[in-house]
Design a protein around this ligand. Structure first.
Ligand code: SAH
Ligand code: SF4
Ligand code: F3S
Length: 446
């Protein structure tokens, strides 16, 4: 590649899960610290970082159409932007990305992006560079301090996955489960609050597998960390995501009943309702085991809102298996959920299984599943009408004096209140419900 001028502006585009959103923010902070400014809205950037997701084929392919679009726009504007591919596609495909998309000069994995500034120097000199090393913890200590964050901020506490569900690329793209140390997390949480956060969502591919030692060297788990963070003045709300049913312990369940700042919401993916399919997925739990676990959370926190992830059309899934998924959905009554068509991923055991389900069958099952999930989401929202709660304001609404925020149950809520502001916790009464949001009226006290 030809040497280029050092970039003056950058843009980071993140795809996939919230951990990528967190990484994308940190990449932005790192570049800013190295004197590169975020590109103003609507302007082409000199450096584009595509922070990619490999979870399903569609997500993974999106990066290539994006690269095409960026190079075309650059050509029309008479410039050649530097392109870095970060995230899980970078980890999975490595330098093959540059063979397929020669406009890319940097490929950097999710555990190596703290070295992006050094890679950039080489790329500016005309070299192509790939770094997909996996020493996960080094990254966090090398990143700059957090300065300005949104009212609701993410904090990655755990990375990687040892579960090896047979359909999933994450154990390969993010590596083995590792936990960030207690003191680093407490310090970063304090910084986030100083930088404007009122809510922190603790993130991990398996966040409830977080393990550590507190200052006295005592072995601790996620519930202890939550209790410690709840002591931070100015922090109003704590959430965590995503969990695997195998790692949910009694301490975490108890915390839901005892820690006021821990929000009444649980995202606990189940994937399917048929034990035969769960076994083939290597999920290590049954449908009934999952339901009993949810019951324990409900006992600890009766108003807890439940969320899940589902895959339809896993190889070998019959109509009877799928009916078991629908039955599970009916018995849980999710407040919200994500559902996907199975996508065979290179290198995963399930990709080689016989009886791959035809696309039309998957389409039809996804349609039925989503109809059931949407029905339950609307029912949950309708049942919330009349409730009083606090809304954490995250954005302005369209009309003057209108605000958008989240209820404790993670519902989007809008209301009018002249003089309110982002980061406020506004007491409201929920007065009207749609499928995706609720309207509220500000009241004196929640
Ligand atoms: N660690 C989390 C989330 C992993 S990815 C967990 O275990 O729940 C988020 C979701 O993507 C998964 O829960 C699953 O529903 C979905 N997913 C993962 N691999 C997939 C694949 N090959 N095809 C379709 N959906 C998939
Ligand atoms: Fe993927 Fe399963 Fe790990 Fe979740 S638990 S990241 S679905 S392998
Ligand atoms: Fe995607 Fe990687 Fe997250 S594959 S879902 S960005 S861990």
């Amino acid at each position: 590649m030809r040497p280029t001028d050092p970039p003056r502006t950058f843009r980071v585009k993140s795809f996939g899960c919230q951990m990528n959103v967190y990484d994308g923010e940190r990449i932005g902070e790192l570049l800013a610290e190295h004197g590169i400014a975020p590109a103003p809205d609507g302007e082409d950037a000199d450096l584009v970082v595509l922070n990619t997701c490999h979870i399903r084929e569609k997500a993974a392919e999106k990066v290539y159409s994006d690269i095409g679009r960026i190079t075309k726009a650059g050509r029309e504007a008479g410039k050649t932007p530097l392109i870095a591919v970060a995230g899980c596609v970078a980890q999975a495909e490595g330098e093959d990305i540059m063979t397929r998309a020669p406009a890319v000069s940097m490929v950097v994995g999710p555990q190596a992006y703290h070295r992006l500034p050094q890679m950039l120097d080489l790329a500016v000199a005309g070299r192509r560079v790939t770094d997909t090393d996996m020493p996960a913890i080094a990254k966090f200590t090398a990143l700059p301090e957090r300065r300005r964050v949104a009212a609701s901020a993410f904090l990655t506490v755990q990375e990687g996955c040892d579960k090896f569900c047979t359909y999933c690329v994450v154990p390969y793209t993010r590596g083995a489960e590792i936990s960030r140390p207690w003191t680093d997390l407490v310090a970063e949480a304090c910084r986030l609050v100083e930088a404007g956060a009122r809510e922190i969502t603790l993130l991990g591919q398996n966040v409830s597998a977080w393990r550590g030692e507190d200052r006295r060297g005592r072995a601790v788990g996620l519930a202890d960390l939550i209790r410690e963070l709840a002591r931070i003045d100015g922090l109003a709300r704590i959430r965590y995501t995503t969990s695997h049913p195998a790692d949910m312990d009694e301490a975490l369940i108890a915390a839901h009943g005892e820690v006021d700042k821990l929000m009444p919401f649980l995202h606990l993916p189940v994937q399917a309702g048929s034990d035969r399919i769960l076994k083939a997925m290597n999920r290590s739990h049954t449908a009934d085991g999952y339901l009993r676990l949810l019951d324990r959370f409900r006992t600890a926190r009766p108003d807890i809102a439940l969320s899940g992830d589902f895959i339809v059309g896993f190889p070998g899934e019959t109509e009877a298996d799928f009916a078991a998924t629908l039955a599970l959905v009916d018995s849980v009554g999710y407040a919200q959920a994500f559902s996907f068509k199975y996508s065979p991923r290179p290198g995963t055991p399930a990709a080689g299984l016989p009886d791959q389900v035809p696309r039309e069958v998957m389409d039809e099952r996804l349609h039925r599943l989503q109809a059931a999930l949407n029905r339950d989401q609307l029912a949950f929202n309708r049942a919330s009408v009349g409730r009083r709660c606090a809304v954490l304001v995250e954005r302005r609404g369209k009309a003057p004096g209108q605000w958008l925020g989240k209820s404790p149950w993670l519902q989007s809520v809008w209301f009018d209140k002249p003089g309110a502001g982002i980061g406020d916790l506004v007491p409201v009464e929920l007065v009207e419900a749609g499928p995706n949001s609720l309207g509220a009226r500000a009241v004196g006290h929640a």
